[in-house]
Design a protein around this ligand. Structure first.
Ligand code: SAH
Length: 378
């Protein structure tokens, strides 16, 4: 961790595998809250930097088709116009992975040279390995276009100016607390040891901790009839989303795309993904991607608390359709007839009503003085 308490992922902190280190930590200090377990696993996992793509563990939307990043680039152009076409603006990406979405977005922005000339890219990425990977990806576009790109550890490092913030599969990587209802109270769900293997267990009463009391009303509203064993997931917004009010006056637009539910619910969604398959979340700490579904109702409230006007989430399918994905795909296919099949399949995957097109939601937030954002009905 850095001095500010924000994550700074560096590989191989200490000897032994993460599993060995967690086992010895639990033996010495007792069970770890799920939130701490997630934090440890995620920082270990992304420090390696090899998660993405066919040869990695999972494939994200920008890695499926260049059209995804291009449409977001054009979305940014329209938002830049809504911001009053400033001669300089921040384009921030939270958790940029391999940098693919930013690369494709900047390429599409070339269509409007004044916008491209105004853009200042800021990448919020704790993993040193992924920062290097992003630099490599962006060198191909930004090198030739001389777009300034800087890396930072969080939104507080981004100078106050008109700002656009993008995050694809960023929120799902932020750790959650899990609480379990047991005999009349919510207990912190923890990871302990049973005969040497990691196992779920219950810790102290969650709401007794002063920092957790802000969740009391939410839990009472959500699960008035909770039964023993019910699990609820609670995700704090993190410093980056909580500090967006700094940009309210100059104008800020935020776009968060992730899988999750539009209404809060009861249930355990902790999942580990490795080599494109699901695994139990405790068997391979730090060797698989560990996430939970995003609760868009809570995320919405948290962005409102940061002083932003938040529009209802829409499905990824509806959002991409309204940005013209079908037309863009046909144009691309006509220009590259040998790739037409691949393009059609990729777009089908992004839009599938039984897959990503429906499971992924898009949430937009903006300074109250800005009009509705493109593709997002107010
Ligand atoms: N947006 C990319 C990658 C998604 S994976 C894509 O769609 O392909 C999650 C990304 O978030 C990784 O780059 C990971 O290193 C980063 N990340 C994880 N925790 C983070 C945190 N607390 N702050 C910022 N980035 C984080």
């Amino acid at each position: 961790m850095t001095r500010t308490g924000e994550p700074n992922f560096a590989p191989g902190a200490g000897p032994g595998s993460l599993m060995t280190r967690l086992q010895s930590e639990i033996r010495t200090s007792g069970p770890l809250p799920v939130r701490t377990y997630m934090q440890r696993c995620i920082s270990h996992y992304y420090a390696r930097g090899s998660a993405f793509g066919r040869e990695g563990d999972f494939v994200t939307a920008p890695e499926i088709s260049q059209i995804f990043g291009e449409l977001l680039g054009l979305w940014c152009v329209v938002v830049w116009q809504q911001l009053g076409q400033p001669s300089a603006f921040n384009l921030v990406e939270l958790g940029p992975g391999r940098g693919t979405m930013m690369r494709d977005g900047l390429r599409a922005m070339r269509a409007v040279p004044a916008c491209l000339a105004a853009v200042r890219v800021h990448l919020v990425e704790p993993s040193a390995a992924l920062r290097a990977r992003q630099a490599e990806t962006l060198a191909k576009v930004s090198g030739s276009l001389s777009t300034p790109v800087t890396w930072c550890s969080g939104m507080p490092d981004v100078p106050v100016a008109p700002t656009i913030v993008l995050g694809n599969e960023y929120v799902d990587a932020l750790p959650v607390d899990q609480v379990v209802w047991s005999e009349g109270s919510w207990l912190t769900r923890c990871v302990g040891l049973d005969a040497g293997a990691l196992t779920f267990t219950c810790g102290a009463r969650f709401l007794d901790e002063p920092a957790n009391r802000r969740w009391r009303a939410h839990l009472e509203r959500l699960a008035p009839g909770a039964r023993d064993g019910d699990v609820v997931e609670l995700r704090a917004p993190g410093r980056d989303l909580a500090s967006l009010d700094r940009f309210r006056e100059t104008g800020v637009a935020v776009l968060l795309i992730d899988y999750g539910h539009v209404a809060s619910g009861v249930g355990d969604t902790l999942q580990a993904v490795r080599r494109h398959g699901y695994h139990p979340p405790l068997t391979m700490p730090g060797e698989a991607d560990l996430t939970t579904h995003v609760d868009f109702a809570v995320l919405r409230l948290q962005l409102e608390e940061a002083g932003l006007c938040v529009d209802p989430p829409v499905t990824q399918g509806a959002f991409l359709a309204s940005l013209g994905i079908v037309e863009r795909a046909s144009r691309l296919a006509r220009a590259n007839p040998l790739e037409a099949n691949g393009i059609e399949m990729a777009v089908g995957r992004l839009m599938s009503p039984t897959g990503m097109g429906h499971r992924f939601k898009v949430l937009g937030a903006r300074s109250p003085h800005l009009p509705a954002l493109p593709g997002l009905p107010a």
